[in-house]
Design a protein around this ligand. Structure first.
Ligand SMILES: [Mg+2]
Length: 145
């Protein structure tokens, strides 16, 4: 999509399965496994599920039912916060300094001042995906506003 007639460009970026993805990054042997995160090992409520856990029917908010094919981990918020900071820092350095943090895994990026650097929304998406590739975490660009 051409950006010429857009007065402002604001993007909503949402990290996918964030806590589970951070766990898979920290524990690379779990990269292709089904991973579920609960607040602690006494809490049954799922707070994050990897793609393959979701494919097995595990959903955020549901009760964890143990299964030999699923790794269940206790949340490590210190790591999630660090990855969140790394994400914001990388985006500020290479995409736009105008970032509003919305939650631990969501930001709004104002690209209005950088508009002339990009030919299209696809070019922006590519730049952001490339920036995020270094973090080794899956990301979703949900909306151009
Ligand atoms: Mg998310």
């Amino acid at each position: 999509m051409n950006l010429k007639n857009w007065p402002r460009i604001i993007i909503h970026l949402d990290m996918d399965a964030f806590f589970a993805s951070v766990e898979q990054k920290i524990n690379p042997e779990l990269k292709n496994s089904a991973v579920v995160v609960t607040s602690n090992l006494n809490s049954p409520t799922i707070i994050a599920a990897s793609y393959s856990a979701k494919a097995l029917g595990y959903k955020v908010g549901n009760r964890f039912e143990s299964n030999n094919d699923v790794y269940r981990l206790a949340a490590n918020h210190r790591h999630y916060l660090q990855e969140s900071k790394n994400m914001v820092q990388a985006l500020r350095a290479s995409i736009s300094p105008n970032i509003e943090i919305y939650s631990i895994d969501e930001v709004f990026i104002d690209l209005t001042d950088q508009k002339r650097l990009y030919a299209s929304t696809e070019a922006i998406t590519d730049a952001i995906n490339q920036c995020m590739q270094h973090l080794d975490l899956p990301v979703k660009l949900t909306k151009f506003l």
